[in-house]
Design a protein around this ligand. Structure first.
Ligand SMILES: Nc1ncnc2c1ncn2[C@@H]1O[C@H](COP(=O)(O)OP(=O)(O)OP(=O)(O)O)[C@@H](O)[C@H]1O
Length: 307
């Protein structure tokens, strides 16, 4: 990526009472990008976030925010950080707007126009003058997001942000996050031990285990999938694929086709029209969960996942 990273973790290490909780972490976070920070319980996510927010000093290494050391230029560097903790504290019997006004006073240079702007960005304009006690969980999370954005941070940290949200709520939250990340050039960092949540919300995922970064991977675009098709005769499947402008390659007894899930019915209809006998059509990607379990052997993740 040609862009400069907003945040750089350089050789980040934390030792407490002789135990290495964080071990030489290297990670760059870029504008407009949503990075998930995934790991089993006790992997070191909270410890890393505490260092990123200046609540804890690294034993070795450093954190740079727009090139400035968090340790040496704390005030300036931390002014570029916004944080949403699990279940943000709001005054339930005040309106969303009054809550934001309250938080706006804690910062310099947050005027009413900025409040309006963040309210729109999180899609709360129709309900912002109602009491927070009437909000759904998803709306409260979005109000938390609006609050964290008030002072125009360049780097947004969300610690277990969607606890309790259902998949539709998570997707909705992601849609807002993505829009905001793009519009404001914010780099978003989301910690969670929930794989399903990370898959729904992030562009890429950094996986931590025992204080070490064990992998960084892009989240597959769920729209693009490879399907394995077993059918006879295969020559007719190839003809149909060509006619529908679908890329394919031979695999085992069948073909692998690059199609989206939405294209599957169209493909089946075309194959049936050609009197092709279909034995199987299977998506080929392993889910992130399968990949993750393979990588970590992670009993804890499986447990957390089914909670
Ligand atoms: N102050 C401390 N002193 C000693 N050990 C600590 C301290 N804080 C955390 N630990 C240990 O460091 C490891 C990492 O903890 P951390 O809270 O960062 O993990 P986590 O990935 O956030 O886990 P979870 O998903 O459970 O919140 C754990 O083994 C924990 O017991």
């Amino acid at each position: 990526m040609a862009q400069q990273p907003i945040v750089q973790l350089r050789n980040l290490t934390k030792v407490i009472r002789g135990k290495k909780l964080i071990d030489n972490l290297q990670l760059d976070l870029y504008p407009g990008q949503i990075t998930g920070f995934l790991g089993p319980n006790g992997a070191g996510k909270t410890t890393t976030i505490r260092m990123m927010t200046g609540l804890m000093h690294p034993t070795e290494g450093e954190i740079l925010i727009e090139g400035q050391s968090l340790k040496e230029h704390y005030e300036e560097a931390i002014s570029k950080v916004g944080v949403i903790v699990e279940n943000p504290e709001m005054y339930k019997y005040m309106s969303g707007y009054k809550n934001l006004l309250h938080f706006a006073r804690m910062h310099q240079n947050v005027d009413k126009a900025r409040i309006q702007e963040v309210v729109q960005q999180v899609g709360l304009e129709n309900r912002i003058h109602e009491k927070v006690s009437t909000y759904s969980l998803g709306m409260r999370q979005r109000l938390g997001l609006a609050q964290a954005l008030l002072h125009r941070p360049k780097f947004l940290i969300l610690d277990e942000p969607t606890n309790g949200l259902d998949p539709a709520g998570i997707r909705e939250f992601r849609t807002y996050l993505r829009k905001i990340a793009a519009e404001e050039g914010v780099s978003v960092f989301v910690s969670s031990h929930l794989l399903s949540e990370m898959e729904l919300m992030c562009d890429r995922i950094a996986i931590i285990q025992n204080g070490q970064l064990i992998d960084i991977r892009e989240v597959q675009n769920e729209a693009q999938t490879v399907y394995y098709v077993e059918a006879e005769p295969l020559t007719k499947v190839q003809e149909v694929a060509k006619a529908l402008a679908i890329d394919y390659s031979a695999k085992e007894k069948g073909l692998e086709l690059h199609i989206t899930k939405e294209q599957v019915p169209q493909l089946v209809t075309a194959l049936v029209a050609q009197e092709v006998q279909i034995f199987a059509i299977q998506p080929q990607q392993k889910t992130l969960e399968e990949q993750f379990l393979e990588m970590t052997g992670g009993g804890q993740i499986a447990e957390a996942h089914t909670k």
